[in-house]
Design a protein. Structure first.
Length: 482
């Protein structure tokens, strides 16, 4: 009797299990942090025996269950068009248009005709699921090509039109474009600006951008493809990463899964021996300094580098561990250690690391919050400005502008962070809150992925708000009538 029960249970278990499913994952945007965010997910899916084909601009380590398609040339294309300089140095609207069209031409020509992608399509490779970054709206079309459900992914909060497609709240008076950094209560002019911005980008996306992308898709992928909006609306799930510390909390429907940041956080690993020794010996504390992967010292003038050098020297015996593009530097102070690459998460976990000088990238900040290290933010562009503003508002960090700082202000900021206990106290509290969750973001993501693999659809969870037109959602017709 027991044996039969056992058998029945086994059958149930196996019929529920999803194993060896084939997943096509596409992260086409050439930012190391976008790639790194999702790597723990690919590793975990691989560990669970799924077979992954990963299209990526930054190859990860080899793995028997992950076939990687190398899109690294995307970096060369952006470099050719001086994309980063363009971002860092600021831009005008007309510049953007010209630039975007030029870049798109080269980018689509490269990414959509990549021989490995063409081979997948031609051989009609079978996939059970597509997982695709939702920054540009064209890659979800491959869910039609491969006839499989898809999950949209974003490394931070999703763009307003992505929330809108899924049927999430996206009211511009409550959820302004994050980079504006508007705080509630928003003034009339802020609400006007937010609404105008979201409307204009919405129109540009619908009228210009999508029709342009459709042309590339028709040229390179297939004729007679469905409308891009319709395809995107078909997303089975949206994974987005909006840590409530950085983004306003949003009512969402069940097919939106907020991983809340922290997906990329790994379990502690051993530090390289020499770094471990260096930090162990830093009895007077150590500052960890990294501007991440996008800002390198090309953006720092000789004078700025000199300010860092001089100030760090004055702060001895405090030590500084600096992620710098060269392992050496002329006149490097004794108490400064340079490295081209450093295992950031594990360094931040070391108890002697007392402060972190950062450009304010989201992933870096999440790592520092996880390890409860106060920060000195020096933002350059994009979301960094707003992230650093949050760091100051919530009292776990200070801000300095690289352009205006001098040796005095740098030194004073560092000493304030180290000597005033309020920063450490605040970040300890936020760290505890952000870790206190029913399940880890990685477990949550895997559970939902396998849910889609089991049921092939999430139609039953879909909100009617995804399907009503915007004028009805904002009851413009009702207002006009009354
Ligand atoms: C690959 O999948 C198999 C199961 O099919 C599993 O036993 C193995 O551990 C996986 N490999 C990795 C590197 O995760
Ligand atoms: C949306 O998904 C359904 C069910 O998987 C499919 O039949 C339909 O063709 C898809 N539509 C588009 C535009 O992708
Ligand atoms: C880094 O090293 C290279 C040569 O090794 C040198 O050309 C470059 O100027 C150095 N950069 C900085 C910022 O010191």
């Amino acid at each position: 009797m027991n044996n039969i029960l056992f058998l029945v249970l086994m059958i149930f278990k196996f019929s529920d299990d999803v194993q060896g499913e084939k997943i096509l994952a596409i992260i086409p945007s050439p930012f190391y942090s976008h790639q790194a965010t999702f790597r723990p997910l690919w590793r975990e899916l691989s560990r669970r025996g799924h077979e992954i084909t990963l299209i990526t601009t930054d190859l990860m380590e080899e793995n028997e269950n992950i076939t990687q398609i190398d899109y690294s040339k995307t970096y060369e294309i952006l470099e050719k068009h001086q994309f980063k300089e363009f971002f860092v140095k600021g831009y005008s609207v007309s510049d953007i248009f010209v630039k975007v069209f030029e870049i798109m031409d080269d980018l689509m020509d490269y990414q959509l005709t990549h021989p490995d992608l063409v081979r997948l399509i031609k051989n009609r490779k079978k996939f059970d699921l597509l997982m695709v970054e939702m920054l540009m709206p064209h890659f979800p079309i491959l869910s039609v090509t491969f006839d499989c459900p898809f999950i949209g992914l974003t490394t931070m909060d999703a763009l307003p039109h992505v929330h809108e497609m899924i049927g999430n709240a996206m009211h511009p008076a409550i959820y302004p474009f994050a980079d504006f950094g508007f705080q509630q209560p928003m003034s009339f002019w802020e609400r006007l600006m937010s609404t105008t911005y979201i409307s204009v980008t919405y129109l540009m996306k619908t009228l210009i951008f999508q029709s342009l992308l459709s042309k590339y898709l028709e040229k390179y992928i297939a004729k007679d493809l469905p409308d891009l909006d319709e395809v995107q609306k078909n997303a089975s799930l949206l994974f987005y990463n909006a840590n409530p510390l950085f983004f306003p909390v949003r009512p969402i429907n069940p097919i939106s899964v907020n991983l809340g940041g922290g997906l990329h956080l790994t379990d502690p690993q051993d530090l390289p021996k020499d770094i471990q020794t260096y930090l162990d010996e830093a009895k007077d504390g150590c500052i960890y300094f990294s501007f991440g992967s996008t800002v390198n010292s090309n953006y720092l003038s000789q004078e700025t580098l000199e300010i860092f050098r001089k100030t760090f020297q004055e702060l001895a015996p405090l030590k500084v561990l600096w992620k710098f593009e060269n392992d050496t530097m002329p006149n490097k102070p004794e108490n400064v250690h340079l490295r081209k690459w450093l295992p950031q998460q594990d360094i931040l976990r070391h108890p002697n690391v007392k402060a972190f000088i950062t450009q304010g990238g989201l992933q870096s900040m999440e790592e520092a919050i996880d390890s409860a290290v106060p920060m000195l933010g020096m933002p350059f562009y994009g979301d960094q400005i707003n992230n650093v503003k949050k760091m100051v508002d919530k009292g776990f960090g200070l801000k300095l502008e690289v352009k205006t700082m001098d040796s005095n202000s740098l030194k004073n900021s560092i000493l304030e962070l180290l000597n005033n206990p309020k920063y450490k106290k605040n970040i300890d509290r936020l760290s505890a809150i952000s870790k206190d969750q029913p399940m880890r973001p990685l477990e949550k993501a895997v559970w939902w992925i396998e849910y889609v693999l089991r049921h092939k659809t999430t139609e039953h969870l879909r909100s009617p708000s995804a399907d009503i037109p915007l004028y009805q959602y904002f009851f413009l017709d009702i207002l006009a009538f009354s």
